[in-house]
Design a protein around this ligand. Sequence first.
Ligand code: SF4
Length: 177
Amino acid sequence: MKILLHACCGPCSIYPVQVLREQGMDVMGYFYRHNIHPYTECLKRQETLQAYADRTDFKVIVQEGYDLEGFLRDIVFRESDRCRLCYHRRLTATALVARKGKFDCFSTTLLYSKFQNHAVIRDIGEAVSKATGIAFHYHDFREGWKTGVTESKRICMYRQQYCGCVYSEKERYFKRY
Ligand code: SF4
């Protein structure tokens, strides 16, 4: 079974790729860029993911362009609901690429994170599946949180300190001062 896995970054991809391969899936990654700010941070995460992909024979499709402006336009005045919009954007983009590439299903490394709203991601994945006609493969990858963290540290992978957008960067650092 061919699965397209939305990969938000290298560290969060380790455990989901391992599990999906153990389930007998042919896994390919999809790196969505518009929500990762600033651009230099996006490149750093992309390079980290690509280096990991190269060493594990994990093919990754990288989203073209960098529509930071479009992402912000979607969020402005709806900042308090921004993660829901962001999940929807990322999962829809993944499902559309999966449909075009004739994958059997799609999933996301967001289901690995202890810091994301897991239930909302699952609901949105299922809604996007209905809208696009591509099956959503749900798995609670949080069970492997420690495994992924340990491995990413062992191989000295870059581990980001905030979720991705400028809002999350502010939340991470502004409170300190
Ligand atoms: S905090 Fe993370 S999930 Fe929420 S909008 Fe920003 S990048 Fe997206």
